[in-house]
Design a protein around this ligand. Structure first.
Ligand SMILES: Nc1nc2c(ncn2[C@@H]2O[C@H](COP(=O)(O)OP(=O)(O)OP(=O)(O)O)[C@@H](O)[C@H]2O)c(=O)[nH]1
Ligand SMILES: [Mg+2]
Length: 130
């Protein structure tokens, strides 16, 4: 291959300004995209560290488990909570979603650009595989 990879930012599910109809549409789009692209090396599920996972987060997480997709979870906006709470909060989120699975959960902040090294390391374990 040409040794390149790229990131694809999928639309957010549930949440925000979307109408129910748009949410259903984007849900179908996400599902179809994930199913049809067998070149996907890894899916990164980005959730908000400040809140317990929403039912949409749970749905997406369970979907990824069910379909056997390689994925890990990034708990974003870590800059919004006390640095001393970051690791424990990430663990709590992991426990809510499912402590039984061997899925990595990593804190992150796209705003502050902290915790980047561990996320890159995780990505690399997937892309150097292909
Ligand atoms: N404090 C903080 N704010 C963030 C961080 N990441 C994103 N945001 C803010 O959160 C808001 C939403 O960011 P987006 O990147 O649009 O989030 P998204 O999940 O892609 O949203 P949709 O695609 O619409 O579902 C923006 O105002 C960002 O500036 C972060 O790490 N820290
Ligand atoms: Mg987005």
């Amino acid at each position: 291959m040409d040794n390149k990879f790229y990131f694809v930012d999928l639309p957010g599910y549930g949440y925000s300004k979307m109408s129910k109809e748009e949410q259903v549409k984007s849900g179908h789009f996400i599902e179809e995209y994930l199913q049809s692209r067998n070149q996907i090396a890894v899916v990164i599920l980005v959730i908000d560290i400040r809140h317990a996972p929403s039912s949409d987060d749970k749905f997406m997480y369970d979907y990824l488990i069910k379909t056997n997709k390689p994925f890990f979870v990034v708990a974003n906006k870590a800059d919004k909570i006390a640095i001393t709470k970051v690791d424990a909060t990430t663990k709590e989120i992991q426990e809510i979603l499912n402590p039984m699975h061997d899925i990595h959960f990593l804190p992150f902040s796209s705003e502050r650009k902290v915790y980047i090294d561990s996320v890159w390391k995780q990505i690399e374990t997937y892309i150097f595989d292909i």
